[in-house]
Design a binder for this molecule. Structure first.
Ligand SMILES: O=P(O)(O)O[C@H]1O[C@H](CO)[C@@H](O)[C@H]1O
Ligand SMILES: [Mn+2]
Ligand SMILES: [Mn+2]
Length: 393
């Protein structure tokens, strides 16, 4: 069986491909991120994803399925409970999350906000679930006047702190987040991620900056990345990946400013000689378009990614494997502004591949992690089935 020297894994953050059988439990019946975007775009212009086989996974407007797919293709179910980034990524690397992370639909209790405020020496505004852009529009001016920080949450297990970069210097904001991180490690007040959300601009025209930083709890067990690292392989994290796994199982982390910067950084790693994994998350799909319920912006971002795909494919060497998938859905025409419980697409490609193998409906995202573990012959996760043999024989 062929084995690969380098695996390049791309997570298109929130690019779901249709409701999961249990979508109803998440109030997500009918969600279809890619399908609805393709409809709103009157056809998605993604010739390179089409070439690989996107249209063979699911019929999508404008995405041709006439030619035989060049990549192995399929879609994957999430078996964990949840539809957040952390759950999705942890499952990809072999963990099954069965106890849902704590969420805070009514904001955080005084027993958390009081000590937080005392320790940071600033007041707290907001303290409710909100969209990040809306809450800075609502409270940004007051924040600038008082110096109080804006705290908000969402349907995810997150404690987000927004502050103007000229009112709260970035380093202070990160320190504030570290205080929040410390105070939210116990069961009573637990959150998975504390997120720094700096912004700039004048009232009425605030914009968030790329200085966002996530402070995640560590995964509850070993991931495939830990196994790779322990076995001496390289494990490169690009974009949010390092934050999502709290630095676990990562030998090198590269920060990114945007999807296109993420692609640039991925290409940089493709020019290096290493043995192991290079794993990138492209978060703009989710943060800039999915949560903002902007199907046209989302569609254009997909087309922009598609235009970079030939560079990625062109940079693949003889012993490289490319895997493209996602971590959950975020249907921009669905109600609310949160993620949606969906299948994620799976495209797997290498040079000289016979092509076209249908990988079917995979029972868990962890099939990706199991395949990577299988490839590098490290301990396989307790969930997930490798598709390495299927694509190489
Ligand atoms: O509305 P914004 O601030 O983008 O927040 C979104 O980003 C958070 C973290 O990914 C999610 O919890 C969601 O609420
Ligand atoms: Mn995500
Ligand atoms: Mn999100």
């Amino acid at each position: 069986m062929k084995r690969f020297k380098r695996v390049f894994l791309i997570v298109l953050d929130s690019v779901g491909i249709g409701e999961l059988p249990d979508a109803k439990d998440y109030n997500d019946e009918g969600a279809h991120t890619l399908g609805h975007i393709a409809e709103r775009m009157n056809g998605l212009n993604v010739p390179n994803l089409s070439r690989l086989g996107l249209g063979h996974i699911e019929k999508l407007e404008g995405v041709s399925a006439d030619a035989p797919p060049e990549a192995a293709f399929g879609k994957m179910k999430e078996i964990s409970i949840g539809k957040d980034t952390t759950t999705g990524h942890w499952e990809i690397m072999g963990l099954r999350i069965e106890t849902p992370f704590k969420t805070w639909p009514n904001g955080f209790p005084d027993s958390l906000i009081k000590p937080f405020s005392e320790r940071i020496g600033r007041g707290v505004l907001g303290n409710k679930p909100a969209s990040g852009t809306e809450i800075i529009a609502e409270l940004g001016e007051e924040h600038m006047r008082t110096g109080d920080v804006i705290v908000y949450t969402s349907a995810d297990s997150v404690f987000q702190v927004a502050a103007h970069e000229e009112i709260v210097p970035l380093e202070e904001l990160y320190e504030i987040c570290k205080v929040a991180r410390e105070l939210t490690l116990d069961d009573e007040h637990s959150v998975v991620r504390v997120i720094a959300r700096p912004f700039v601009g004048e009232p009425g025209h605030f914009t968030r900056t790329a200085n966002r930083r996530d402070f995640s709890v560590s995964p509850p067990g070993k991931t495939v990345m830990n196994e790779l690292q322990e076995a001496g392989f390289t494990s490169i994290a690009i974009g949010k990946i390092s934050d999502i796994y709290a630095g676990e199982g990562i030998t090198e982390a590269l920060k990114t400013k945007s999807n296109m910067d993420g692609v640039d950084k991925l290409l940089e790693t493709m020019r290096k000689d290493f043995t192991g994994l290079s794993f990138v998350n492209l978060v703009d799909f989710d943060a800039m378009y999915g949560h903002r319920r902007d199907p046209i912006g989302y569609g254009k971002a997909l087309e922009e990614f598609d235009r970079r795909l030939p560079e990625i494919l062109g940079a693949l060497g003889e012993d490289d494997l490319l895997i493209i998938t996602a971590d959950h859905g975020n249907d921009p025409i669905h109600h609310g502004t949160d993620h949606t419980r969906e299948y994620v697409p799976l495209l797997v490609y290498y040079i000289g591949m016979k092509g076209g193998q249908p990988l079917g409906v995979r029972e868990t995202f962890a099939d990706v992690g199991a395949t990577i573990a299988d490839n590098f012959q490290v301990t396989k996760p307790s969930i997930g089935t490798s598709f390495l043999r299927q694509i190489t024989e």
